[in-house]
Design a protein around this ligand. Structure first.
Ligand code: HEC
Length: 151
């Protein structure tokens, strides 16, 4: 019985290792897939705004305004899928569910920064917009540093 268990364990480990070229990877269940997809779907607007803020593209006030409105909505979506996934949480770390109040505070900080960016965008002042965009970026990083598996 003991031998059997260890055989199963080593087979599982080998599978996990081979799935990600050496690094043990947490499987992604359906909930984790949904939140990942929701994060990805907010990226086009976030990237487009980023190019204008960095001067890689001309700052077009109306385009930026529209992107900021869209982003204010799409950036809420991933957080509808932050239940712990019994089939594997992907890159979401267990600390999220170990102290949910703390994670919620991090999330609220992010939504506040996004709302501020939208407000700045509607005002149309590039310097204000730049500062607000920087705060949103810092909020992404602050959460990823603690709650997402390092990339
Ligand atoms: C409050 C926490 C939090 C905030 C804020 C946050 N993220 Fe994430 N993000 C996560 C977690 C956790 C995952 C991993 C999800 C999973 O694998 O189930 C993730 C995954 C992603 C993914 C999916 C692909 C990948 O690289 O893992 C993208 C893209 C992403 N985030 C971009 C962003 C950007 C851009 C921002 C800011 C505009 C942001 N996130 C803000 C926590 C956050």
């Amino acid at each position: 019985m003991k031998i059997k268990t260890s055989l199963i364990l080593s087979a599982t480990t080998a599978f996990a290792l081979s799935a990600c070229g050496g690094a043990p990877a947490e499987p992604k269940g359906a909930i984790s897939e949904e939140r990942t997809a929701a994060f990805k779907s907010m990226m086009p607007e976030f990237m487009s705004m980023g190019k204008m803020v960095k001067g890689e593209e001309t700052y077009v006030t109306d385009t930026f305004k529209a992107n900021a409105v869209k982003f204010a909505e799409s950036s809420k979506k991933p957080f509808e899928h932050f239940q712990s996934d019994p089939q594997g949480n992907g890159d979401a770390l267990p600390v999220i569910w170990e102290d949910e109040a703390k994670f919620k505070a991090e999330e609220e900080k992010f939504h506040a920064a996004v709302a501020k960016l939208n407000e700045a965008a509607q005002g149309g002042n590039l310097e204000t917009v730049k500062a607000a965009y920087g705060e949103v970026g810092a909020s992404c990083k602050s959460c990823h540093d603690v709650y997402r598996k390092p990339k």
